[in-house]
Ligand binder design. Sequence first.
Ligand SMILES: [Fe+2]
Length: 206
Amino acid sequence: MSHTDQSIDVPTLLEISASGALVGSTRRYEKFSGEMAGVYLDEAAWKAEVAGKGADNLVYSVNEHKYQNGPGALIVGTSCVLPGSYGDEYAVTRGHLHAVSDRAELYYCLSGRGVMLLDTVDGGTSAVELAPGQAVNVPGHWIHRSVNVGDEPFVTLFCYSADAGQDYTIIAEAGGMKNLVVHDGPDGWTTVPNPRHTGYRSEPSA
Ligand SMILES: [Fe+2]
C-alpha cells in the first residue's frame, strides 16, 4: 500500500467546537454573498443584500479534515451557515448531490437551528429540522442543502466518504430544489413549492 501524503495519513486528534472551529482541519472554504447568484427565488432581495453588505460578505464556511483519497476514507468537517433572509427564504448552502451518488453523509447539529432540505431526482422530498444533539443520516442518492431557520449560526458536524465528490450543477440546472424553506408557521418555517423548479436530470449512470 502506498500513500501520496504520509504526513496526514495517521490517526489525528480533532478538536471540534460548537462554533464550527476545527483544530486539525486540512482545508477551509468560504462562500460569499456575491457567489450566490441564481440561488434565491427573490433575485431583487439577493441583489439588495449584496449591495447593502457587499459581495464579499460571508454567508457560510466549511472546515474539513481529509486524511487520504482512497475508497473507505472519510472526510470529517464542520459547516457554518450564517443567519439571513432573502425575501421569504432563509439562508441556504448551494447544495449538491454527491458525484458518486450512492455515498451517504451524516450531519450532526452542534449549534443553532436549521433544516436539512433533501430531494431525489425522481420526486422524493424531505425537510428535517435539526437542533443541537440531533442528526440526520442522509442516504445516498439524496440531493441535500443546509438551511438556517434560526437567528444564530447553524453549525453542523458532517462525515462522508472521501471519494464522494459534489455535483453542484444538478440543482442549478433544475431551477433550484423542489421546495423553498420560507418564514411561516408555528415553527417559524415551512416548505413551499419552488415555482422555478423544472425537475432534475437523471443521475449519472457511472
Ligand atoms: Fe454532501
